[in-house]
Design a binder for this molecule. Structure first.
Ligand code: GDP
Ligand code: IMO
Ligand code: MG
Length: 429
């Protein structure tokens, strides 16, 4: 029985949703451990696109339990909207969704503060999703946050809301208080049936031999500790976040699967060493439909960066990789891979920890011939054009980790699953 962690190895949007959806059938529980509705995980369900924001992707699989961990931040109104939207397309939530009573709540003034931060210039201009994520985590760390469980206790909520609201500038504090108090009480009544002690639930399930897929949001380079700080999100998207964000011990994570796009994208500001020239970026954006699943912003596009993925492998102990969106490179005559950086006259092979160094690095590329034919929908390695196989082999060499999955299109069926890999072994594929 293996529990597997799914981690984004770049700047998010690697295709985690598609891969989690693909693997959900092999497990009993899918658990989200960090982030909030800043995430957008896209799945094609019966030919229709579904975007999950906070609810684990596994919800699309009847019978599977879905957990939202204490490490997440929840905007209750957005969560209710997500639940009702999914119910409308026939998804049943009865006894399937569990929300941690320790998860922190995003308040309306968190969103306003986030949007105001986005308008500021200079170092602070992160280009966030404007969902209030940063301010909610800030309050959690400052110990003035409001947890999901607090919402269910009206007197406690009243007290905590007063304390929390006092640290924000609002036009009319009393009016704001009464309105938020009454709105959030309504949300609490709707969400109450789902709220529980998630750590206890998961540990009991593990004792019963249930299998868990841990679904992360964002990506390694957006991790608050390991990413390109301050151009990051406010949670731990890397492996460690799964233990703290769900209340489980590390011995219960048996394997970690990195999700890696065959090229690189980034949405929002901050350094991106392999960002391509605008013409190349436009082509990748067009073929890959690279627009944010949450905000609709065009994603910045560039080449595969082996230093980034090697870094992700190191910080999360990734043992297996799913390479997504290979088909997006079908029309590229030559394909570049960053194999090192030039920094202060030196050739370096390790992603620097220092932001200024990252900004100064110039990628050193290796160029490989493209395949200039369609790989869309191919389901077996041997059916790929030789140049595509070569490209994957080179990635494998540079990263030193098995490639267990290759995605050749957005649907479940458009996937190559390599047998005999660690992932296949963990999940019985
Ligand atoms: P996530 O945040 O990591 O779940 O990724 P997103 O859903 O934000 O972005 C990935 C996008 O690529 C979505 O629109 C997916 O439907 C799409 N996608 C996933 N895998 C593939 C693939 O192999 N080929 C193509 N063409 N699209 C893919
Ligand atoms: P998924 O799970 C890509 C980016 C934002 C911004 C930075 C901080 O779909 O991969 P935040 O709103 O979190 O405070 O913004 O992080 N960002 C993402 N980029 N995919 C995501 O999620 C992201 N979630 C946040 O664009 O640069
Ligand atoms: Mg996304």
């Amino acid at each position: 029985m293996s529990n597997v962690l799914v981690i984004g190895t770049q700047w998010g949007d690697e295709g985690k949703g598609k891969i989690v959806d693909l693997l959900s059938d092999q497990v009993d529980i899918i658990a989200r451990y960090q982030g909030g509705h800043n995430a957008g995980h896209t799945v094609i369900l019966n030919g229709k696109q579904v975007v999950l924001h906070l609810i684990p992707t596994g919800i699309l699989h009847a019978q599977k339990k879905c957990v939202i961990g204490n490490g997440t931040v929840i905007e209750p109104c957005a969560l209710i909207k997500e639940i009702t939207g999914l119910q409308k397309i026939g998804i049943n939530f009865e006894e399937r969704l569990l929300i941690s009573e320790r998860a922190h709540i995003i308040m309306p003034y968190h969103c306003r503060a986030d949007l105001a931060d986005n308008k500021a210039t200079g170092l602070r201009h992160i280009g966030t999703t404007g969902r209030g994520i940063g301010p909610a985590y800030k309050d959690k760390i400052s110990r003035i946050g409001i947890q999901m469980g607090d919402l269910l206790d009206k007197e406690l909520f009243r007290e905590k809301l007063k304390l929390n609201l006092a640290s924000y500038q609002v036009e009319d504090e009393n009016k704001s208080f009464e309105r938020i108090f009454s709105d959030y009480n309504e949300y609490a009544d709707i969400l109450a049936p789902y709220v529980c002690d998630v750590s206890y639930y998961l540990n009991q399930a593990i004792k019963e031999g249930k299998r868990i897929l841990f679904e992360s949001a964002q990506g390694t380079m957006l991790d608050i500790d390991h990413g390109t700080y301050p151009y990051v999100t406010s949670s731990n998207a890397t492996a460690g976040g799964a233990c703290t964000g769900l209340g489980i011990g590390p011995q219960h994570i048996h394997g970690s699967l990195g999700i890696t796009k065959a090229y690189t994208t980034r949405v929002g500001n901050g350094p991106f060493p392999t960002q391509a020239d605008e013409l190349t970026a436009q082509a990748l954006r067009k073929h890959g439909d690279e627009y944010g699943a949450t905000t609709g912003r065009p994603r910045r596009c560039g080449w595969f960066d082996s230093l980034v993925v090697n870094f992700a492998v190191r910080v999360s102990g990734i043992q297996s990789l799913a390479i997504t969106k290979l088909d997006v490179l079908d029309k590229s005559e030559t394909i570049k891979i960053a194999v090192a950086y030039e920094w202060q006259g030196q050739r370096i092979k390790r992603f620097p920890a220092n932001l200024r160094a990252v900004e100064q690095c110039k990628p050193i590329y290796e160029e490989l011939p493209g395949w200039m034919s369609s790989t869309r929908g191919i389901t077996a390695m041997e059916k790929l054009p030789p140049a595509a196989i070569n490209y994957l082999k080179r990635l494998r060499e540079l990263i030193g980790v098995e490639i267990s999955v290759v995605s050749t299109g957005p649907t479940r069926a458009e996937t190559i699953i390599n047998k005999g890999t660690k992932l296949a072994n963990w999940l019985g594929l």
